[in-house]
Design a binder for this molecule. Structure first.
Ligand SMILES: [Mg+2]
Length: 213
């Protein structure tokens, strides 16, 4: 009897582990992501991340060189409407077209963090993987969404198109640091926003729409 129970348990574990190797059905995954965003749970998750970031900032001594680096897509601005428009995924042409409209809304809790930092008179850098062709739209979109203090906006130049995201971002953080800016915090939705040197406090904004490798 014990042997039979043991064998049944092993069989069950094997079945479960086999099932775990299989991916979730794509339609179900999209539905779950949409429900998570639409229900307000996604916003709740970001609120907690920002609350924690502000708590950490309370221990920071700000000076005249204190600088914060914000990513833009899925950090300062939400591309969720675009994701719905194309039923998730990525397509460079439609993405470029959408960016040129410059009407992405702010992610409100990230805006709350930004407002806190603006109030502390911190130097605000937006460092984005967006290409130079959409940089002016990005600037206009940020202003329109309420990010009216933009001290520096850095977009990818043509010779940086092929750089890996983390290399591109680390390069510009180093450049800023060497120019005398002290980066006290980096805020981004991708790991590549937060790896390497000169990040300061790392604030990871959740993103269930895509991952940049
Ligand atoms: Mg991003």
């Amino acid at each position: 009897m014990i042997k039979h129970t043991l064998l049944s348990a092993i069989f069950l574990i094997l079945v479960l582990s086999c099932n775990n190797d299989k991916p979730i059905n794509l339609s179900i995954a999209k539905k779950e992501v949409k429900e998570y965003y639409d229900s307000g749970k996604f916003d709740e998750e970001i609120k907690l991340v920002v609350d924690e970031a502000i708590e950490k900032l309370k221990n920071v001594k700000f000076n005249e060189n204190s600088t914060v680096v914000f990513d833009i897509d899925e950090t300062a601005l939400s591309g969720y409407d675009y994701a719905l428009q194309i039923d998730f995924g990525y397509d460079l042409d439609s993405w470029t077209e959408w960016q040129l409209k410059a009407d992405a809304p702010a992610i409100q809790d990230v805006k709350r963090l930004y407002d806190y930092l603006v109030d502390k008179n911190v130097y605000i850098v937006f460092l984005t993987g967006k290409r130079d062709v959409t940089c002016e739209s990005a600037y206009n979109n940020l202003i329109e969404a309420g990010y009216t203090k933009i001290d520096t906006l850095i977009c990818r130049s043509k010779d940086e198109y092929k750089l890996k995201a983390e290399e591109y971002k680390a390069y510009h953080r180093k450049e800023l640091t060497e120019a005398g800016f002290e980066i006290i915090m980096s805020v981004g939705d991708q790991k590549s926003d937060l790896v390497g040197e000169f990040t300061g406090i790392k604030v990871k904004i959740p993103n269930y729409l895509y991952t940049i490798h």
